[in-house]
Design a protein around this ligand. Sequence first.
Ligand code: ASP
Length: 342
Amino acid sequence: MNNKVLIVYTGGTIGMVQDEKGALTPFPMEHIYDLVPELQKCSYKIDTCQMADIIDSSNMTPSFWVDLAEIIERHYDDYDGFVVLHGTDTMAYTASALSFMFKNLTKPIVLTGSQLPMGMLRSDGRENIICALEVASCQEAYIPEVCLFFENHLYRGNRSTKVSAENFDAFCSYNYPSLAKAGIRFSFKSHLFLPKPEKPLIVRKQFDRNIAVLKLFPGITQGVVDAVLHAEGLHGVVIETFGSGNAPTEAWFINAIEDAIGRGIIVLNVTQCKAGAVIMGQYEASCELSRIGVIGGSDITLEAAVTKMMYLLGTYPNNPDHVRECLQRSLRGEITTEKSPC
Ligand code: ASP
């Protein structure tokens, strides 16, 4: 029997064509064969569906992630793989969020998009869709992960980040190698895939939006730090620190963070650097953070840190110790640790 893949269209540049006045408008997904006639040569069956609201991905929300996950969950047994067409701007956030929501995934969920609308002559969308479909339908490769395909590379979704608003190779995964490369053939790096899960699929759908990102910069004022840390209802903060996790050692700053932790706010330390990891205690400038209970985020991306924090706080609202413990280990291959992903 041939494999079957479901394409879920969420919006973004990839699904746009020019109307008679030249304006970009979304095209109906069921007409995808008109735009990409090459798909008729595929040996697998392709079905399409689209979200009730087609959005620019700048309007992405956790409730949209839940709607998207529910479509995939509903059709999970009917297809061998899934391709999600998504705007590039927040695609790495959605890929990360889905990776946490789908525990014990056994089928590929491949997100892709494009820098130029599908209806334009030089669009990268056609190639990205075809390659994403090839990956999602390839049972030999067996990729039990949420991934992101862009410009010849298949990345682990929760390791990817958008790096260019201009180039076709718009995504990178600085701290984990790509899972596959598309050349004349696909070269899959199966030793880099997550292990095959032994347990049944679980889809978790709770997100807590009461988090903040505090990006440090030289000269940041106490007023700004206090305003963030005293946001109403705040449950978690991702601090974007310098280098390997360093922050000002001034008393007012440390006291403000310590006070927030004392009020039950969970604080995760991630680096502003694109590559490399937070190593708490490597410099004096991170020893204090470690002492007051800030959690080191290792080499997690900001996108994965934000979505992991929302997911854990939403899933375990009454168990902060478990949230803290999970932030320090890999749940879906999103950070490099000594321990293997669970
Ligand atoms: N603003 C668009 C989006 O993210 C950009 C794109 O699709 O590339 O929805």
